[in-house]
Design a protein around this ligand. Structure first.
Ligand code: PMP
Ligand code: GLN
Length: 386
């Protein structure tokens, strides 16, 4: 194995899901829903397979899906992208992130990101031979997460090439406010950096959040330097389909396509028309999806508090982070490895998503995108910790 990949072992998600299978624990670790997405989308995929959409689709994605992605962004965020040249379909957001980083970073270039960061960021940055410059998110007095603006400024320098921003943010559930996005935008422009925005949770911002979802690309001067990334997995409960997309100015999307051609070339032929159907569903789909996740959030947040965790209520995503201090937890990895034996529940430690391991050592993450009866069972089991 090449040196630059040696620090990366098995992903925490694979480890913890295997632990759940082995122990029969309720799996609130890896973030995937336990119900299927919209029936119209599922039917469209079945019909596409039956009707012969089973060979390579065009490398940049089917024209129908590219048009649907552009229409969706116009409809929800007022962003205009040309489906021919400014939209690219990828194998999930994961491939979009990897291809963009590989396309834009020379060895030694620096990528500013917030930590805890989604685990594929660090690996993709390493594969490119680039260097990550993490800015730590810390719990704040209002029960959310924030960062020190001076630390953000200090993370930028002459080698900064990219800023990788995930909002709504996994694992903290933070939704970046207009003021915070303004700081990021200003520094991007000052340092002539490109922004890669991971917005896979764009439809999962709760009504009581500190801010609505604001795509960074909508800020003045940012559209021309931002690659927006999203995917179908979260919004349409089809994480196994791995249909994602990138939108942005043609030169940046074209660079990403140049790399993507040789990673997977293309994928998901029958799934692409089905995701196009889903993106065009009426507003009621999106509001009901959010309302369902809000109920789940509130159920799990209450249950975790009853069980003795210090919960930071998330503004977005379907994850909640919880401090383990009050339960005597000293190390999240140890705590999560023991949790199935102690009470039959699986969670993931967040310290694996930090360079500053101490900042996350006693915070773990639960996913609440599960059926109400599954959450109820998990809460009953967690009560056993007291
Ligand atoms: N970014 C974030 C923040 C995620 O949580 C995930 C995982 N679900 C991804 C990217 C990957 O998305 P996909 O499954 O579409 O590759
Ligand atoms: N995004 C999901 C999570 O954060 C899992 C993705 C994965 O397993 N790679 O839990």
């Amino acid at each position: 194995l090449v040196a630059r990949m040696r620090p990366f072992g098995t992903t925490i998600f694979a480890e913890m899901s295997a632990l759940a299978v082995r122990t029969g624990a309720v799996n609130l670790g890896q973030g995937f829903p336990d119900t299927d997405g919209p029936p119209e989308m599922l039917a469209a995929a079945a019909a596409a397979i039956r009707d012969g959409a089973n060979q390579y689709p065009p490398g940049p994605g089917t024209p129908g899906l590219r048009a649907a992605v552009a229409a969706h962004q116009r409809r929800f965020w007022g962003l205009d992208y040309d489906p021919d040249g400014e939209v690219l379909i990828t194998a999930g957001a994961t491939e979009a992130i990897a291809a963009a980083i590989l396309a834009l970073c020379e060895p030694g270039d620096e990528v500013v990101c917030f930590e805890p960061y989604y685990d594929s960021y660090a690996a993709s940055i390493a594969l490119a031979g680039a260097v990550r410059r993490p800015v730590t998110l810390h719990p704040t007095d209002d029960g959310r997460y924030g960062f020190d603006p001076a630390a953000l400024r200090a993370a930028f320098g002459p080698r900064t090439r990219l800023v990788l921003l995930n909002s709504p943010h996994n694992p903290t559930g933070k939704v970046f406010t207009a003021a915070e996005l303004g700081q990021v935008a200003e520094l991007c422009q000052e340092h002539d950096a490109v922004a890669l925005t991971d917005e896979v949770y764009e439809h999962l911002v709760f009504p009581d959040a500190a801010a609505p979802h604001i795509p960074l690309a909508t800020l003045p001067g940012m559209r021309e330097r931002t690659l927006r990334i999203s995917s179908a997995g979260k919004t349409f409960s089809c994480t196994g389909w791995k249909i994602g997309w990138v939108s942005g100015p043609a030169p940046l999307v074209g660079a990403t396509l140049r790399v993507k051609q040789f990673l997977t070339f293309a994928g998901g032929a029958p799934l692409q028309p089905a995701v196009a159907v889903a993106l065009g569903l009426p507003d009621s789909y999106f509001t009901e999806f959010l309302a369902g996740q809000l109920q789940r959030r509130d159920r799990l947040v209450a249950g975790l508090r009853e069980a003795g965790f210090e919960v930071l209520r998330p503004d977005g995503t379907y994850f909640v982070t919880a401090g383990i201090d009050a339960l005597g937890g000293r190390d999240g990895i140890e705590f999560c490895r023991e949790l199935p034996a102690r009470c039959g529940v699986v969670a993931v430690p967040t310290q694996v998503f930090y360079d500053d391991v101490e900042a996350g050592r006693r915070i773990i993450r639960f996913a609440f995108c599960k059926r109400p009866e599954v959450l109820a069972e998990a809460v009953t089991r967690l009560h056993g910790l007291r």
